[in-house]
Design a protein around this ligand. Structure first.
Ligand code: OFO
Length: 181
């Protein structure tokens, strides 16, 4: 069972847990946005990603409970998608992931300063995960840029994203627990 030195990190861990829940909520909304735009491959990608965020939320929930701290869920704000194109949606999500990464880095420094080595070690997994997610979204945006904005570009971008979603599902079923990009 993980041991924290004190309850000092409990508010931060709860903030991170709620942040993962919010991320899942945003991804579900992004999937719905793609369905409306008839982009089935991208919709599947965002649904898969939403499930991963739910898993991340549960990972933090379990850590909080195992550390004998109290998990506190907050109300979820309405997830608003302002994008008017698939590429701008991906850019929005990429910026969101960068903010999430900053939150985990800040929390890791906080755990270090508090001498909470258990939480410090726990958060390393999320630091690696966030780096992979940033790379994933940057990779998709790079591919979209290479495809350009010709007459069938949306179709090709959606097809590329569908391939990434299928690979993520295959990787997750090959990883016993807690995996995923
Ligand atoms: Fe939880 O991986 Fe991104 O936000």
């Amino acid at each position: 069972m993980p041991q924290t030195n004190s309850e000092a990190l409990a508010p931060t861990l709860n903030m991170l847990m709620n942040g993962e829940f919010r991320a899942a909520h945003i991804y579900f909304q992004a999937a719905a946005w793609c369905e409306d735009a008839k982009l089935a491959g991208s919709a599947q990608f965002f649904l898969t990603h939403a499930s991963e965020e739910m898993m991340h939320m549960q990972k933090i929930y379990q850590y909080i409970v195992d550390a004998d701290l109290s998990a506190r869920f907050e109300a979820l704000p309405e997830p608003k998608i302002e994008a008017n194109s698939l590429v701008s949606l991906l850019q929005e999500i990429y910026q969101h992931e960068k903010l999430v990464s900053e939150r985990f880095i800040k929390a890791t420094k906080e755990a270090d300063q508090a001498g909470d080595l258990s939480t410090f070690e726990f958060l390393q997994w999320f630091i690696v995960e966030q780096r992979e997610e940033e790379m994933l979204f940057r990779g998709i945006l790079d591919r979209a840029a290479v495809i350009g904005d010709g007459p069938h570009s949306l179709y090709y971008i959606d097809t590329e994203i569908a391939k990434i979603a299928a690979a993520a599902v295959a990787a997750a079923s090959a990883t016993p627990a807690g995996g995923g990009a």
